[in-house]
Design a binder for this molecule. Structure first.
Ligand SMILES: *[C@@H]1O[C@H](CO)[C@@H](O)[C@H](O)[C@H]1NC(C)=O
Ligand SMILES: *[C@@H]1O[C@H](CO)[C@@H](O)[C@H](O)[C@H]1NC(C)=O
Ligand SMILES: *[C@@H]1O[C@H](CO)[C@@H](O)[C@H](O)[C@H]1NC(C)=O
Ligand SMILES: *[C@@H]1O[C@H](CO)[C@@H](O)[C@H](O)[C@H]1NC(C)=O
Ligand SMILES: *[C@@H]1O[C@H](CO)[C@@H](O)[C@H](O)[C@H]1NC(C)=O
Length: 462
């Protein structure tokens, strides 16, 4: 009864303190729920895909200007809303999430819609597949009828991507881009290969099918032997990308939260799938240790997550402004399925959550979040900024009751191991010729990457 009254008064308190941002009390579950609800609401003000005449699943675009969001980030956002439902019990966004995930299913019954061919990366598909996996693991019921199950969607992406494995350069791995006509086809990057690793590992854990684990192990072994992984002074560095044109002999020295996050999540899933067998326990702790040293700098007390490559220099693009959301969410799942990590992870999530909340003081509302959790509001705002704060604050509520389900522990999503492979002649990807506007867009992105290099390399001196 008392908590009821408090939550009824909460909106009033919000009005009285309009300029002081979000009042987060981590000792009160009602406070956390109220704050995450506000964050989700504000995040969804950017989304109009469920309105008449709009395209379900897409955030504002297309990306030939800077004020746009690529297809993948929308997919990731819907996964963050599935976690939000688990964190708070508030299912009010589930219909929007279900509609979006279904609408973006391509003709091959996976996440490869022809409208996105023009810049379709392996990683882009993975973020949609992760959200389908989130749905299966959270116990969101399958839609039924002719609609593929959540699990079948993830299996279809796995089946499609397995055909992209390439031994002829770099001794294996996958290229970033699905299609050779796209810029970046030369790169083999961590989020694509690590995305496939995570997807395969979660499929192994959910279904119990060893074939997925075998592919996850093959991918991990390739990545570990490549220059993407490097150990220096007892710290595991997981770099961003390497170039197939040079047979992957060099590597770009950028470290991003989501790359550590995706490797952590996959290793945690395999740890749990194998009943805690080595080498997965060791790997989980190595990846976690590397992430702690790089992204939770002592400078800010050692427990506040920081995207150091771009935050202090204010050069994060819309993609990069969402990356901390994924590390936060995947750390939270790791704490549940690798129980020995719980005590290490929770203080980092809690302090990051407090830090994230205190800087949500921007915009006309007086509560828009920026990027720098370690400082006052930096004046930036967007989907990623909201998603990051939502993820880390929501993650403080985790409990064993929301550990990802498997087919043996209450998961009901229907398995279809051959998903996506039985649809007959898959249509050729539709791609209009690359236009001048597209080239301009790509040039802007390249320039932004250069900005990031300048911002980041000062930090890591190896
Ligand atoms: C679209 O989704 C929002 C939640 O983000 C909801 O409030 C709104 O009613 C939905 N609009 C339609 C037309 O379904
Ligand atoms: C693809 O683009 C067309 C034209 O804008 C649109 O009508 C359709 O809904 C889009 N499909 C998807 C899956 O985004
Ligand atoms: C390319 O790299 C792989 C893996 O390191 C190696 O096995 C292969 O011999 C290399 N190929 C060439 C042509 O150097
Ligand atoms: C696997 O995860 C479950 C939670 O889903 C947990 O109860 C169990 O202890 C984990 N297994 C191991 C070996 O840690
Ligand atoms: C396990 O997964 C593989 C790869 O998709 C599939 O070929 C095989 O049929 C699956 N086995 C079972 C028992 O579902």
């Amino acid at each position: 009864m008392t908590s009821r009254i408090i939550s009824l008064l909460a909106p009033l308190a919000g009005l009285l303190h309009l300029t002081s941002g979000l009042d987060l009390d981590l000792t009160s579950i009602d406070s956390i729920k109220s704050v995450t609800s506000t964050l989700a609401y504000d995040m969804m003000t950017y989304y109009s895909g469920n309105q008449t005449g709009q395209i379900p699943g897409l955030l504002p675009g297309p990306c030939d200007s800077l004020e746009c969001y690529y297809w993948w980030e929308a997919g990731a956002m819907f996964g963050s809303l599935i976690n939000y439902w688990q964190y708070t019990g508030d299912d009010s966004y589930n219909p929007v999430v279900i509609q979006a995930l279904q609408f973006q299913i391509g003709p091959e019954e996976n996440f490869n819609p022809p409208n996105q061919s023009k810049n379709m990366g392996v990683d882009d598909q993975d973020f949609w597949a992760f959200s389908a996996m989130d749905a299966a693991e959270a116990g969101l019921p399958d839609v039924g009828g002719d609609t593929p199950s959540w699990l079948a969607l993830a299996q279809a992406v796995f089946n499609f991507q397995t055909t992209l494995w390439e031994d002829s350069t770099c001794g294996g791995g996958m290229r970033w881009q699905v299609y050779a006509f796209n810029a970046g086809y030369n790169l083999k990057n961590t989020i694509s290969n690590g995305g496939y690793f995570q997807l395969a590992a979660r499929l192994a854990r959910y279904t119990g099918n060893q074939t997925y684990a075998d592919w996850a192990i093959k991918m991990y072994d390739w990545m570990e032997a490549s220059p993407l992984f490097q150990t220096h002074d007892d710290t595991l560095y997981i770099w961003d990308n390497t170039d197939a044109n040079n047979n992957c002999t060099d590597v770009q020295h950028f470290a991003w939260t989501y790359n550590y996050g995706t490797m952590l999540m996959g290793a945690a899933a395999l740890y749990n799938y194998t009943g805690g067998a080595e080498p997965w326990g060791t790997r989980v702790f190595e990846i976690l240790d590397g992430a702690f040293k790089l992204f939770f700098p002592e400078e800010y007390g050692g427990n506040v997550m920081t995207e150091f490559q771009c935050e202090s220099t204010m050069v994060c693009n819309n993609d990069q402004s969402s990356f901390k959301a994924y590390l936060a969410r995947w750390m939270a799942v790791t704490a549940l399925i690798v129980p020995d990590t719980y005590d290490l992870i929770m203080p980092k999530l809690r302090e990051s959550a407090s830090a994230a909340a205190q800087q949500c003081t921007g915009g006309a509302s007086g509560r828009a979040c920026g990027r720098q959790w370690y400082a006052a509001n930096d004046g930036s705002s967007g989907v990623g900024q909201q998603m990051q704060a939502l993820a880390v604050i929501g993650a403080t509520t985790i409990n064993p009751g929301i550990a990802p389900k498997t087919a043996n522990t209450g998961g009901t999503s229907e398995s279809k191991p051959d998903a996506g492979t039985d649809v007959g002649n898959a249509p050729i990807p539709q791609h209009s010729p690359i236009t001048t506007a597209d080239k301009a867009g790509a040039a802007i992105l390249t320039l932004m990457c250069v900005g990031v290099i300048v911002g980041g390399s000062i930090w890591i001196i190896l």
